[in-house]
Design a protein around this ligand. Sequence first.
Ligand code: ATP
Ligand code: ZN
Length: 572
Amino acid sequence: MARHLITSAIPYINGIKHLGNLVGSQLPADLSARYLRQRGHEVMFICATDEHGTPAELAAKKAGKPVAEYCAEMHATQAGIAQNFGLSFDHFGRSSSERNHVLTQHFAGKLDENGYVSEVEERQVYSIDDGRFLPDRYIEGTCPNCGYDKARGDQCENCTKQLDPTDLIDPRSAISGSTNLEVRATKHLYLRQRTLRPELEAWIDSKNDWPILTTSIAKKWLNDGDGLQDRGITRDLDWGIPVKKGEKPWPGMEGKVFYVWFDAPIEYIAGTAECTDARGEPDAAWRRWWRLDEGADDVTYTQFMGKDNVPFHTLSFPATIIGSGEPWKLVDYIKSFNYLTYDGGQFSTSQGRGVFMDQALSILPADYWRWWLLSHAPESGDAEFTWDNFQQSVNKDLADVLGNFVSRITKFCRSKFGEVVPQGGEYGPEELALIDAIDARVRAYEGFMDRMEVRKSASELRAIWVLGNEYLQSAAPWTTIKTDEVRAAMQVRLGLNLIRLYAVLSAPFIPFAADTMLAGMQTDDRAWPMDARSALETLPAGHAFTVPEVLFAKISDEQRDEWQERFKGIRT
Ligand SMILES: Nc1ncnc2c1ncn2[C@@H]1O[C@H](COP(=O)(O)OP(=O)(O)OP(=O)(O)O)[C@@H](O)[C@H]1O
Ligand SMILES: [Zn+2]
């Protein structure tokens, strides 16, 4: 048994997540966590909501609620939807937790002690009417390049020119529209990533088994242009973790908070502490996952995330860990994803484009989505969600292959032998060949799952389902029974055992259907098949079962067209 720490990139709090967010982080992390638990390993799977920063404040304002209240509600909403999707977090924490406050301030204090923090005086736009400094993207005005009148302080989205807020003509606050702005001096803390560059580079270079997507992004940030830059880690905002040096005040930093990207990854650690707190365990229980000097030296730590999060996880967060000078656990493997696109465009939370997790569950159960998303995970490049493709893949893989297999075997057995596993008969060459084929494919499936190759795992699993269908087709117990009832009984017994085996193997992908299959087979034996032959003898002759309800219904053309129409617009 090994110990696996798994974290998913923490979803931002400003709304319900879309299918792109799901497949780019939480869902593959869940696949891995479920698989490793089934293989008997000790798993700690952590996710949380990422709650700080201006977009949270603005979303709260739009909802007409104080930001703390908004975040608490949205956290509960996201947690509920995650549960309905079968995301098996050991804990779904909050980056605004007390634990994260303390740890974030602790890391900042250590970084400062070790000389990795500098203070920089900046000039920033202050909105007198809003009573706050405005981040670049919350200043709007006319683009000096193309004349577009809604250009943002960081960029004109019309002509794509990169801008400074001071370049804008007639600048105004994007929050209130006020033009009562002035430039004020303000002091901020910077994490001295440049100084840590040699250590970071050596560490990245040692990771030769990481996905190319991960290392290529890390190397780009390390080397492009002038190389890795120091990074501001504080902001002039109210909502966030107050800037402190450990438990002590930080002179000159009063009223400022840490930048959301500084505290968000620290929540992986804090979330683990929140988890063991909730279980009523002592500090040692979370520290053994994170502190190399307190038991974490045998932990394998894997992070899951979309590509835009990679720089922070390959460079900034490791800089925080390394710069602390303390023996915290660094990540062992970063599984990153390209983007899922929606019907020819981008998914977007802020623009309400795409299908969101709550909407998805309102039309179909979680497993339909889990299967499609994982079997089409954007691993080697971006992947596109289309309703056509979704319909085809659900109908073919889930309904025609797996669902049909379960239904034919169980119904046939019920009609000829009753709802018990029939007895008699011996395997012939066909059965032995099937068992060998299953063994080979299960070993291949394990290999892909161990390496977190999501699409390949899905197609191997599908191939295992297909083996059963092909066997059933050629063994044809409904024909056999006319001449050889004992042989038909053996074929059916094998088929019923295959259903249990499929439930076990498929559970990481489609946990709800797996439960239905096991409930139908009236067993809770989830033992991973070490060899197919004995695994297929789990349900003995005489064991009772029930015919499960329809596992997967086909998606009709009318449904497909209706959903395509319903979800083509913008969610408001
Ligand atoms: N279209 C996408 N496909 C795959 N992963 C994505 C996609 N969009 C975002 N992600 C990933 O989803 C995770 C959660 O993202 P987060 O909640 O911060 O939303 P985001 O990156 O602001 O995206 P959006 O604004 O589209 O919701 C991150 O790991 C991010 O990289
Ligand atoms: Zn422009």
